[in-house]
Design a protein around this ligand. Sequence first.
Ligand code: NOJ
Length: 533
Amino acid sequence: MGQPSPARTQGEWWRAAVIYQVYVRSFADGDGDGTGDLAGVRARLPYLAELGVDALWFNPWYLSPMADGGYDVADYRAIDPAFGTLAEAEKLIAEARELGIRTLVDIVPNHVSDQHPWFQAALAGGPERELFHFRPGRGAHGELPPNDWPSQFAGSAEPVWTRMPDGDWYLHLFTPEQPDLNWAHPAVRQEHEDVLRFWFDRGVAGVRIDSAALLAKDPDLPDFVEGRDPHPYVDRDELHDIYRSWRAVADAYDGIFVGEVWLPDTERFARYLRPDELHTAFNFSFLSCPWDAGRLRTSIDETLAEHAPVGAPATWVLCNHDVTRTVTRYGRTDTGFDFTTKAFGTPTDLSLGTRRARAAALLSLALPGSVYLYQGEELGLPEVELPPGSIQDPMHFRSGGTDPGRDGCRVPLPWAAEAPHAGFGGEPWLPQPADWPAYAADRQADDPDSMLGLYREALRIRRTEPGFGDGPLGWLPAPDGVLAFARPDGLRCVVNLSGIPAELPEHSRLLLTSGPLDAEGRLPQDTAAWLRG
Ligand code: NOJ
């Protein structure tokens, strides 16, 4: 069973952790109402311990009208009743900790729900208006939005301003149900530091920061001009002062941060990871990197180079609740290099995608730093093409129905092949496809060749081999299309992306492969191996 190694239970555990992302609504339904909940998670803690993860990151579980899957928070100190109670969350945090699993919560500082008491008070005309961005419109009668900023939802042409009956407009980079907070106001800072303490006091080990680079806005809210520096709302310098204050709060608890920081400029990205700011940030480079040895190597080198000067560990992400699932992305046959494209009816070869996803898992888990694993990735779940009538994601609606949105990676998990709804619980809030039982955890549990078997074994080896995780990486000579690198303690990883079977190094012991070797003992295309020596 997944006993954590001493290195993972002490000191800077987060530098090499494997962190499992729980999208509560779709993980496991304990009360049979079709929505995943904390009871469901608690019942599955033994599964997570056996999988061997070091920590759980929970997507927002707070009171929310769920206009954006809980990223519209009405009360940061309450659990949504659909998920359970605060007492249950406290029990869950404690029970996980007993199994050696830490908990991270998700804080959404850029915006709140339009049902949040602050926004409700603002609508009633109270001084709380100052906590948001209310502005008169442009045009002769204020009928035009105050500026031209684009929506943060890709593919959406919807404005980021909504007009109130009194004529003023308010800013929302996401949906109208998610008004942006005014981070220049001291009460906004104070409240968030209190919320951090609230969760650290309940035993959480860390916090994921949603939209971490968007909080600060140019007070003049000027029009967006391509290339203008500083940007009116992305990556503004004021943010660093905010995160230095947050760091002081976290340090008092030994808590850690992982920032959701999407920034193309690597030097600017690394600023968030200075020793007195965030401990880590998501590295999303693999999400848009094609399955190509040269491109992956560049992505790895750039990632390590950008983290090195600030001494922060890299993170590796193959999937999350916002992107197309890994096996589908890697199996897409006609989208060229654009692996994040979401499209209805894109041709996909799932067996190719699965082979590559298995190899990508061993690649990521062998790299220096920590790894994020999105629920269902360990089951090899594909993206689901939902019938448009069942889609709930606002991204779909804000694209005018052209973008399928993100529900395809949020379909409730299959636990038991023979049980109703594949063992999820009640009738799931998103329909499961007919072949879902084939992916069920119970069907994979005893099969070492399954995706679940691969992840369990990889995490077991990673736990017992301190050479994986944080530390140096050295590239080894390899034929074209083959990635080969050495880690401390004689550990090696070889990934073959070429069409020619690759010879494995002589005198080395095979620890694990993502698929069978060929009859000559060579590593076939789209296969990875871990070795020692
Ligand atoms: C990023 C989250 O991952 C996504 O799911 C959400 O829609 C936006 N931030 C807005 O909070």
